[in-house]
Design a protein around this ligand. Sequence first.
Ligand SMILES: NC(=O)c1ccc[n+]([C@@H]2O[C@H](COP(=O)([O-])OP(=O)(O)OC[C@H]3O[C@@H](n4cnc5c(N)ncnc54)[C@H](OP(=O)(O)O)[C@@H]3O)[C@@H](O)[C@H]2O)c1
Length: 243
Amino acid sequence: MNLKGKVIVVTGASSGIGKAIAKKLSAEGCKVALASRSIEKLVEIKKELPSESFIAGMDVSSTASVNSAFEKIRKEFGKIDILVNSAGVMPLTYLKNRHLEEWLQTIEVNVKGTLRCIHEVLPSMKEQKSGHIINIASVDGKEIFEGGAVYGASKAAVIELSRAMRMELSPEFNIRITSIEPGTVETDLREDISDKELLENKDYGGNEPKLKPKNIADAVFYTLTQPASVNVNELLIKPTGKS
Ligand SMILES: NC(=O)c1ccc[n+]([C@@H]2O[C@H](COP(=O)([O-])OP(=O)(O)OC[C@H]3O[C@@H](n4cnc5c(N)ncnc54)[C@H](OP(=O)(O)O)[C@@H]3O)[C@@H](O)[C@H]2O)c1
């Protein structure tokens, strides 16, 4: 599968995993739509990309923002071949500490944000009878831990959603669906955590082995470059040494 000229939308492109995916796929000749809220960061990233690219300001927690951003992307590139849903938040909390707004925000961005973006690309992918949607889930959607209840639930939802999408969308519309489930990756994601007790109890910045964002970008590249007859359903990736 040659990626040259393919149009890819990457949400969460301003940072971490999304940024690494945008860079990797631009280097492979994709036309890249960089989507997130931080326009200044996207402007800097765009300067580094060797291929055609487009900045789409997008807040995935707003249906109107997502709709308007996808309209602009469609106008710019005329089609969308690949969607990577990487926008996400991880304000881990102990349930007993009742961080309701953070719980709701986690579901808003990680689950509802993903649904909003899928909703936008389905009409054209159905019509084209092709497309690939990659959802960046997490190993935390499979392996729950204290403090990870709501985040884990949001990622479990994305994994289940991806399974159902394969059932409903792949046979009829030839749309490939992949969920990628990384373990700990070295990014800014942990800065979302405000639960002091949890931060004191757990070592989130510490010495545990971590993946690099590039490792996940390489996994996305592998997934996308399989023959059209091959769907990589799920990839669970951890740093060596973590079981
Ligand atoms: N790092 C890890 O250990 C790890 C492990 C497993 C899975 N993941 C998943 O990987 C994905 C990327 O996370 P990361 O590690 O790369 O973290 P990150 O560096 O903090 O990046 C998060 C991205 O999400 C975007 N985002 C957050 N809220 C948004 C909103 N309302 N609308 C649009 N974009 C929004 C941010 O962009 P703006 O702030 O510019 O909007 C940013 O680009 C997430 O889904 C995360 O759950 C990460």
